[in-house]
Design a protein around this ligand. Structure first.
Ligand SMILES: Cc1ncc(C[n+]2csc(CCOP(=O)(O)OP(=O)(O)O)c2C)c(N)n1
Length: 274
């Protein structure tokens, strides 16, 4: 069930590498969203390196699993994981947000290998994930459909329409990953429009719920395994995370939601990520 010491070491190195990419890319671009990227680093790493059935050499392979980043502003972590997985060269990460590049601030499904749909307007990803999952069922494919949603994003009504749909159609090939970092753009989620008993909400909508520490790679791995073995209903992984995780001055504040580190701040961040 758990990881070997070697695998744990692999993730310890990988997540540090990805966090280094995140701060370097946003520093270089002078903009971007480090906070919600750093909170999602373990979730994205374990999903892409352990569970998501994809082939970087053939990104459009028909029977691949699909991943949708509904919180589309978190491209720094998305592009970093895609590059580390081999979808494109890690050198391209430094073209993040270049007007002439393809690594836009929000992901474009048309141009980036490994990105299946454009996103950025919050609330829509789970509906897309449902559609792909329904087609898989109709085709008799084992394809699974994963969607990462922000906790602030859960204030969007469309998410709950999609949650009803996934349960109604018994889409057990759908897995929603909630990056529950407790903070949205400019404040704590509970101060703006609170989620309260989020597990009860999803359960009452007909979902299987797994609640974990989203920075514990073994817990993340086991949650994805549990989702795969759950039949007849979709699974929501409620991952408790820390916005800005891994960089002391970025942790647990909304201030680094959409702010790039300057050169001095980058240097401090990189020292913390050795
Ligand atoms: C429909 C829509 N409304 C507003 C925004 C602007 N916006 C971008 S990120 C964000 C906050 C999202 O918070 P959360 O989902 O908690 O993301 P995270 O903390 O994981 O970055 C907002 C309001 C948007 N992208 N789409």
């Amino acid at each position: 069930m758990g990881f070997s010491e070697e695998r744990k070491q692999f993730y310890s190195e990988l997540t540090k590498t990805i966090r280094r990419h995140i701060v370097k890319m946003t520093n270089h671009a002078g903009s971007g969203h480090p906070g919600g990227s750093l909170s999602a680093t373990e979730l994205m790493s374990v999903l892409f390196f352990e569970h998501l059935n994809v082939n970087p050499a053939d990104p459009d392979w028909d029977d691949r699993d699909c991943f949708f980043l509904s919180k589309g502003h978190c491209t720094p972590v998305y592009y970093s994981v895609l590059a580390e997985k081999g979808f494109f060269d890690t050198a391209e990460l430094m073209t993040f947000r270049d007007v002439d590049g393809r690594l836009h601030g929000h992901p474009c499904g048309e141009h980036i290998p490994g990105v299946d749909v454009s996103s950025g307007s919050l609330g829509q990803g789970l509906s897309v994930a449902n559609g792909v999952a329904m087609i898989a069922k109709l085709e008799g494919s084992s394809r699974r459909s994963y969607c990462m949603i922000g906790d602030g994003e859960l204030q969007e009504g469309q998410v709950w329409e999609a949650a009803m749909t996934a349960a109604h159609f018994q889409l057990d090939n759908v897995c929603a990953i909630i990056d529950w970092n407790k903070i949205q753009l400019d404040d704590f989620v509970e101060n703006i429009k609170g989620l309260k008993n989020l597990g009860d909400k999803f359960r009452s909508f007909g979902w299987h719920v797994v609640e974990i520490d989203g920075h514990d790679v073994e817990a993340v791995h086991e949650a994805f395994q549990e989702a795969k073995s759950t039949k007849g209903m979709p699974t929501a992984i409620l991952a408790h995370t820390i916005k800005g995780k891994g960089i002391s001055f970025m942790e647990n504040t909304h201030e680094w939601h959409g702010l790039a580190p300057n050169d001095e701040q980058l240097e401090i961040a990189l020292k913390e990520l050795v």
